[in-house]
Design a protein around this ligand. Structure first.
Ligand code: PLP
Length: 395
């Protein structure tokens, strides 16, 4: 008899965003005249840059002419896009060959799909609080998970100890949800651990473009030894507003090998078997992000989000509340006041000042007393929310 993948029975229901939606809907139905200020969303609110729109439009018209029409694209990405992504890394003094760049339809897809090239008996370490998809993708595969929790004492930047037995390691820096960023020395510790043990780091760089401190690493490949132990997974979702358009890229160094198997070659084989490439139109739109004008325009949008973050951080400073993130990340992670739980604090903000955030509990047990604000919202709503937070929380 057919047996489904019974690992799915081990998945916990994810109530986080469902509960937020239910609670805000119920509040709005009861109070239709009250405007909710949404600082919970992880989605972007600004449209695509004009350079991207022009490139997308032009690519659509290319598909209308026999001479410029393109059918299937190369499975690992359009060579010209792989080239400009490699050049983007070289502007940051990281040497990557275009053959090491795989164009994808986004980071979420890759963070789960990449597991296909690793043995199911491997143990996966997830630094927490964490983006929930890491845990679920590994549960679906039946992998053993080590939850490495963090807290205020280590600035939400945990490290393995000598007894940690991790084969695959998820690291997200700048982090969702905490906004914490590893420095060079911190990432070096992870790289040394991985090389000593033969582990592989899956480095989620979805928020690299938000790093403004030039001393902080934006790629794991800025760290000596990382080419022998790391895969970097990145996305244009948050850097360039592609959440709905969908485009990302994954970097697998040519020399990354385990047990005589080359991981870059394995991923080529995986992609050429399981995909038929990303659409020509989207890849043209993505390439526009890496032009001089495209970069200038996407940075303008990031500036608006960063200003939102500053507005929230100033409010929390004024209230004397502990938080991390915000400066080099789009998320601000605050400690709930007066020992409140994260759902209790959610209810307080919704009912008293009509501000919606994200309870920390949704990102792992160590997030229970914390709360996430996102800077991706509307600037005017963010300013109003900050004023209301000050009124409510200033002691
Ligand atoms: N990684 C992290 C840490 C994220 O927060 C997100 C989206 O919120 C993703 C990956 C997913 O990115 P994408 O839209 O490219 O799938």
């Amino acid at each position: 008899m057919l047996k489904p993948n019974m690992n799915y029975a081990d998945l916990k229901d994810s109530y986080l965003f469902y509960n937020i939606a239910q609670k805000t809907k119920a509040y709005s139905e009861k109070n239709p005249d009250r405007h909710l200020l949404r600082l919970g969303i992880g989605d972007v609110s600004l449209p695509l840059a004009p350079a991207v729109i022009d490139a997308l439009n032009k690519a659509v018209l290319d598909q209308a002419e026999k001479t410029t029409f393109r059918g299937y694209m190369p499975e690992c990405g359009d060579p010209s896009l792989r080239q400009v992504i490699a050049e983007y890394y070289s502007t940051r003094s990281v040497e990557i060959s275009p053959d090491e760049v795989f164009v994808s339809s986004g980071a979420s897809d890759e963070l789960g799909d990449i597991l296909a090239i690793f043995d199911k008996g491997n143990t996966t370490l997830i630094t927490e609080p964490a983006y929930p998809a890491y845990v679920d993708a590994n549960i679906m595969e039946g992998r053993r998970i080590i939850h490495l929790s963090s807290g205020i004492d280590n600035g939400f930047l945990p490290f393995p100890d000598e007894n940690t037995e991790a084969d695959l390691i998820y690291i997200c820096s700048p982090n969702n949800p905490t906004g914490a960023v590893y420095d060079h020395a911190g990432l070096k510790k992870w790289v040394d651990y991985a090389n000593a043990r033969g582990s592989v780091i899956l480095f989620d760089a979805a928020y690299e473009a938000f790093i403004e401190d030039p001393s902080l690493p934006r790629s794991i490949f800025e760290i000596d030894g990382a080419r022998n132990c790391a895969i970097e997974i990145c996305s244009l979702s948050k850097t360039a507003g592609f959440t709905g358009t969908r485009l990302g890229y994954t970097i697998i160094p040519a020399e990354l090998e385990r047990c005589g198997m080359n991981l870059n070659s394995m991923w080529i084989r995986n992609r050429t078997t399981k995909t038929n490439g990303i659409s020509y139109i989207l890849q043209k739109g993505g390439a526009a992000v890496f032009t001089v004008e495209g970069r200038r325009q996407v940075l303008e949008n990031i500036k608006i989000y960063k200003n939102n973050a500053r507005v929230i951080m100033n409010a929390l400073d004024e209230c004397g509340i502990w938080y991390c993130g915000g400066k080099n990340a789009p998320y601000i992670w605050m400690k709930c006041p007066d020992g409140m739980g994260s759902w209790e604090f959610f209810d307080l903000l919704l009912n008293e000042i009509q501000v919606v955030g994200t309870p920390g509990e949704g990102f792992g047990k160590c997030g229970e007393k914390f709360f996430r604000f996102s800077s991706f919202g509307d600037p005017e709503d963010t300013r109003n929310a900050a004023e209301r937070l000050i009124r409510l929380l200033r002691k």
